[in-house]
Design a protein around this ligand. Structure first.
Ligand SMILES: Cc1cc2nc3c(=O)[nH]c(=O)nc-3n(C[C@H](O)[C@H](O)[C@H](O)COP(=O)(O)OP(=O)(O)OC[C@H]3O[C@@H](n4cnc5c(N)ncnc54)[C@H](O)[C@@H]3O)c2cc1C
Length: 358
């Protein structure tokens, strides 16, 4: 994405980028918080009620009786977050581009005072500018798919931490298809071998394993999508902004950082980047260019702080639930239940996850 004065040029030079326009089918649903919703609503890109399901409650189950529960009503909020259908969101974003007279879609790179690099975690332009990406790979893959359940989800997001053959696993079943729906998007963090085995398993076998991992909480399950697998990592670029021969550049979204999907915060962080960058550029004095390094460093500092909060929490949870030491197992289950009863601490954590200041 390139910003030139008030004009925006979006360069789509990646072969996969064309998939967006053709409506490729991503089986995921994103948990988006109130801040992301506000931004997307302002852009008229918030999906309809069937494709953005408000989550009223979140229930987390440990592997030895620990349990944790968050409710929107405790926060006096309409929802903890919204489960947004990815293809529906992407279709709206592509459509919105067509109505922006200040945006020109290019099919080749162009020069501009500021290039915003938002090419995802494997960004080639970031590599071209010689920026190192510090990657911490997790010993798990995420398997995502969709299932129909015989029991309505009741707008509850459910998450189970469990152990399979000595390996920590995390399963999230997230409500889709509106408030009365009974479809769930699932994200299952498994050892790489088991993730590939579950991807290849017959649908009936897959649903049986899924039913066992979710304590049959959603009744009978029917697989209704393909199963996709992602290796898990957290990562951060060593440098978030700089200059090149034709102007300045800055990173945003997964090109700057990735976090464990356990926290459901990757795109929320990316949209936070967009909002923060737009704010810094909008508020600049008239004599500063959009490529002014002072502005870009302000943006980078602010967003690194946001990343440290979110990335650190997801990472800590991953580490705590990956360990199988019996003492730690009982401590974490006790800790979950104690946290669930801790009024102010739980309130603070919920508000952070919802994208509120605190
Ligand atoms: C299983 C799973 C579940 C997740 N769940 C959640 C969730 O619940 N909530 C949440 O907030 N986040 C979630 N995330 C994270 C979220 O998917 C990412 O943070 C988000 O997609 C990052 O968006 P992005 O635009 O920065 O990068 P990407 O989504 O990777 O998009 C980058 C795009 O740029 C294109 N591109 C690359 N190079 C070029 C180029 N040179 N020119 C033009 N285009 C280019 C790519 O083809 C791609 O389409 C999840 C991730 C996973 C793997």
């Amino acid at each position: 994405m390139q910003l030139a004065a008030k004009r925006l040029r979006v360069a789509l030079v990646d072969p996969q980028a064309g998939d967006l326009a053709s409506g490729h089918s991503d089986v995921r649903a994103y948990a988006l918080n109130a801040a992301s919703r506000e931004l997307l609503q302002a852009l008229r890109c918030w999906p309809d009620a069937q494709h953005a399901t408000p989550v009223l409650s979140m229930q987390v189950f440990g592997d030895h009786g620990g349990a944790l529960r968050f409710d929107a009503s405790e926060q006096a909020a309409p929802a903890l977050n919204w489960m947004v259908d990815v293809p529906a969101l992407e279709a709206l974003l592509v459509q919105a581009l067509g109505f922006q007279s200040l945006v020109t879609v290019m099919n080749e790179p162009c020069t501009a005072p500021l290039t915003v690099i938002c090419e995802g975690k494997a960004s080639s332009t970031r590599a071209q500018f010689g920026v190192d990406f510090d990657v911490q790979a997790y010993p798990q893959h995420a398997l995502a798919a969709r299932v129909d359940c015989s029991v309505a989800h009741q707008q509850v997001a459910r998450q189970w931490f469990s152990t399979h053959q000595g390996q920590g696993e995390i399963l999230a079943m997230l409500p889709l298809a509106g408030e009365h729906g009974s479809t769930c998007a699932l994200v299952w963090s498994l050892s790489p071998e088991r993730a590939l085995a579950m991807q290849a398993a017959l649908p009936d076998v897959f649903c049986q394993e899924l039913g066992a991992a979710s304590g049959q909480a959603l009744g009978g399950l029917t697989l209704i999508s393909a199963r996709s697998v992602w290796p898990l990592q957290s990562a951060s670029a060593q440098q978030w902004c700089g200059t090149h021969a034709q102007g300045a550049w800055v990173l945003a979204g997964d090109a700057a950082h990735t976090v464990h999907p356990l926290a459901g915060q990757g795109l929320n962080l990316g949209l936070g980047d967009v909002a923060a960058l737009a704010k810094v550029l909008d508020a600049r004095p008239y004599w500063r260019s959009v490529g002014d390094m002072r502005l870009l460093r302000t943006y980078a500092r602010e967003r690194k702080t946001a990343l440290a909060m979110v990335g650190g929490t997801g990472d800590a949870m991953q580490q705590i639930f990956y360990q199988q030491n019996p003492l730690l197992v009982s401590a974490r289950n006790w800790g979950m239940s104690a946290f669930s009863r801790s009024g102010p601490l739980k309130q603070w954590a919920a508000r952070k996850a919802m994208g509120w200041p605190a």
